[in-house]
Design a protein around this ligand. Structure first.
Ligand SMILES: Cc1cc2nc3c(=O)[nH]c(=O)nc-3n(C[C@H](O)[C@H](O)[C@H](O)COP(=O)(O)OP(=O)(O)OC[C@H]3O[C@@H](n4cnc5c(N)ncnc54)[C@H](O)[C@@H]3O)c2cc1C
Length: 423
């Protein structure tokens, strides 16, 4: 093991969140190290060769690699030290500092830092996690793995497939595989409505006449060495398969797009409290976790729908990590009821009144003409109307509160209400 190195800020993960965070800390004058376990920077964007990235940030339709390049090309002119093929295997805490063990090509390195930014992304749920029955033979892929085979390795993983789940990656892969000459028999979704963005349902399924079957799931995979068919069944309102509705669909692959989970093993190992709703860290508006000096951003914090927001959250975390608060934070809890899936941040800092804070939330169900109210101790601080809210589409809110509004220990409570015509 070599001598311990010292950095003001260490960013783990060089996807869009980590790249934005590292550039922001560098611009704020902090000595920054960016660590990435893969050989190339850009995270998952490297394999997303379709367009649609950067509409919010740049007003342009970029591919994933083009979007990532906008950040990567700034690195040589910055002071950021970048390590690729380097894996953070362990973090220890000493007072408010973090000591990282990093496996690199040159051997094991110890790095000490006063501020750590976790930008480790998310991972896909697998067939084991959703309990698909049958032999787990070859031919069962997550949509991200199928995307990696097709776009990075140039190998077609299927000739005729069924896609389970209508998350965005599954929708994008339905179109991608069709363009490569494979037959996508259909996308099957257990819920009554699709899980992906409306624009992806339209551009990836309807434009290519790929059928979407809602309230249906895969109950069994069939095959020995390689998958040869799947069994599909309708599901009831509780998502339980309905006996007698089974049908067998011959195919050579089952592609799963059944959800993403923030990657937070490192955060958990140092005791960062996680939110059971987002599966990411509990943070304040500066994206600082409840462990001082540890920040989280991007998909490690919560699964974002647009990469533009991922970069924004990286910048927020980076700026704050470069200039950590050395005073008590005075945190006000932020809560939501059953009408929302979640709200981030889950805390706000009372000391930072009058500054603009960015909130992200998702509604718990489809709503038209909805009103969001934010209350504190019986006082209504904010009301805002939304024409349409859909759980797959994340909402962004920029809000400013006065010191007076943030007085007291009561939480800020988010609540949504749909205004029906008979009200
Ligand atoms: C398979 C997949 C496909 C996707 N496709 C699309 C798409 O088509 N369109 C779309 O809009 N969004 C897509 N997304 C969503 C996309 O992930 C986000 O928009 C965005 O890329 C998330 O950025 P991030 O920086 O938070 O995470 P990522 O891009 O996942 O980057 C995280 C980085 O952290 C690194 N890392 C993790 N742990 C460690 C460690 N211990 N040590 C060192 N490095 C580490 C990883 O190697 C990775 O490079 C996809 C997500 C997944 C998982």
């Amino acid at each position: 093991m070599t001598q311990e190195l010292n950095f003001d800020v260490v960013v783990i993960g060089a996807g869009p969140a980590g790249l934005a965070a590292a550039l922001a800390t560098d611009q704020a004058g902090a000595k920054t190290l960016l660590i990435e376990r893969e050989a190339r920077l850009g995270g998952i964007l490297k394999q997303c060769i379709h367009d649609g990235f950067g509409l919010v940030r740049y007003g342009e339709k970029l591919s994933g690699p083009e979007y990532a390049e906008r950040f990567i090309e700034q690195l040589p002119g910055s002071g950021v030290t970048t390590w690729t093929l380097s894996f953070v295997s362990e973090i220890r805490r000493e007072q408010n500092e973090s000591i990282l063990t990093v496996i690199t090509r040159e051997g094991m390195q110890q790095v000490r830092t006063r501020a750590l930014v976790l930008a480790t992304g998310c991972r896909e749920r697998t067939s084991r996690q959703i309990g698909v029955h049958g032999r787990h033979c070859a031919g069962v892929f997550t949509a991200g793995t199928a995307q990696y085979y097709t776009n990075i390795l140039g190998k077609l993983p299927t000739r005729r497939c069924v896609i389970l789940g209508s998350g965005d990656i599954g929708l994008i892969m339905a179109r991608r595989l069709t363009l490569e000459g494979a037959e996508v028999v259909g996308v099957y979704e257990a819920k009554p409505t699709p899980s992906g963005l409306t624009r992806n349902v339209s551009q990836c399924l309807w434009d290519f006449e790929i059928p979407l079957h809602t309230s249906k799931t895969v109950t069994r995979v069939i095959g020995d060495a390689r998958l040869s068919a799947v069994e599909i069944a309708s599901v009831d309102a509780c998502m339980c398969p309905i006996a007698g509705t089974e049908e067998i669909i011959p195919c050579d692959a089952l592609i799963l797009s059944v959800g993403l989970i923030p990657e937070n093993e490192l955060a958990e190992s140092i005791g960062v409290p996680l939110d059971s709703k987002t599966k990411g860290a509990v943070v304040d508006e500066r994206n600082e976790t409840l462990l001082r000096g540890v920040f989280a951003c991007g998909n490690a914090l919560h699964v974002n729908d647009l990469v533009d927001y991922v970069s924004e959250s990286g910048e927020i975390a980076g700026k704050a990590a470069a200039d950590p608060l050395n005073c008590a934070r005075g945190l006000v809890p932020v809560e939501c009821d059953h009408t929302l899936l979640y709200v981030v941040p889950q805390r706000i800092c009372r000391n930072a009144a009058e500054t603009e804070r960015i909130f992200f939330f998702r509604s718990a169900r489809d709503m038209d003409n909805a009103t969001l109210t934010i209350t504190k101790g019986g006082n209504t601080l904010v009301t805002k109307k939304f024409a349409h809210l859909r759980p797959p589409e994340m909402e962004r809110l920029a809000l400013t509160f006065s010191a007076e509004q943030l007085n007291g220990t009561e939480p800020l409570r988010f609540h949504l209400e749909e205004i029906t015509n008979d009200k």
